[in-house]
Design a protein around this ligand. Sequence first.
Ligand SMILES: NC(=O)c1ccc[n+]([C@@H]2O[C@H](COP(=O)([O-])OP(=O)(O)OC[C@H]3O[C@@H](n4cnc5c(N)ncnc54)[C@H](OP(=O)(O)O)[C@@H]3O)[C@@H](O)[C@H]2O)c1
Length: 338
Amino acid sequence: MNDLMKAVRLHAFGGPEVLIYEDAPKPEIGNGEVLVRVRAVGLNPPDWYLREGYKMLPPEWQPQVSFPVILGTDISGVIEAVADDVLDFSVGDEVYAMVRFPSGLAGDSRAYAEYVSVPATELARKPASIDHHHAAGAPMSLLTAWQFLVDLGHDEPNPLQPRRHEPVPLEGRTVLVNGAAGGVGHFVVQLAKWKGAHVIAVASGEHEALLRDLGVDEFIDYTKTNPEDVARDINLVVDAVGGPTSGRFLKVLKRGGALFPIFPLGFEGTDDARRLGVTVSATQVRSNGAQLEEVGRLLEDGTVRVVIDSRFPLAEARQAHQRAAKGHVQGKIVLTVD
Ligand SMILES: NC(=O)c1ccc[n+]([C@@H]2O[C@H](COP(=O)([O-])OP(=O)(O)OC[C@H]3O[C@@H](n4cnc5c(N)ncnc54)[C@H](OP(=O)(O)O)[C@@H]3O)[C@@H](O)[C@H]2O)c1
């Protein structure tokens, strides 16, 4: 058997130009793992954070990385081999997963490749009604939306705050989603609608038609109107852009409301939140096959759709990263592995 495969690796940190399409050893599987023949890979911001050497993380959080590194976490594909102790999956099953996150932050997820080893606990059956490209677009973004809004799904310590992140009731509540057209945002919008919320989407105007089609009740084009100047009496703000500017949304919330910054690093406004009676809470997404099985039912019956921004062959991962760097992403960027 050929023990080499094609993969996209980096031998140094840097811009998209450090991504090299080349031969790499085919992974071996250990106990509890399966080998997946990858058909599509979904891109996520941690891919470029790792490519750049996690410059955006505080130094004490930056993982030690040994080169060469294969980027990526999200895959959809077909099982090629299973370890003897894996009973729930068989060769030939079509599956999707977010691989080893956050445990693989240092480059141990290895999704930009023809083959990847995946712990069986992180796998779920691909929804039969969607293709591998759409399935690969779901795992990290949809699990993030699910773990913030519906069910955290684990009791691991939260690296972002001392207390457990708790979802809040959504039915009949008004939810404002900033960054609504992006990978995480477009799933947050759909889950909030599914749960019976009144949803206000904030995005640049080019995304209005899509977001209306996904069911949002109101749309704010942030390039024309500051959402914090017009929105009031909101129960929950999900800020899928996040960062230091998230605190500007505190004033749109009702007392007793909540702000979930999906990217909470640099959040300024803890004192204001306390004064205004608003809960600010975040979590870090974690791999979870059982949850992917559950959300897979919503993908299967069309309740939740995966929107594809663009597709690139695996060999053109560099161009895919260049697309991401231009911003204004609508849904997911996907690599195809044929
Ligand atoms: N906590 C976690 O575990 C976790 C998990 C996943 C992701 N994240 C973080 O969540 C963030 C979003 O990730 P993603 O995958 O959804 O990224 P993405 O697909 O690139 O989406 C970002 C979206 O934000 C919009 N946007 C940019 N600037 C904006 C602004 N000023 N106001 C409103 N919208 C703006 C962009 O489009 P337009 O500007 O055209 O509207 C784009 O659609 C990233 O920082 C990521 O690191 C955290």
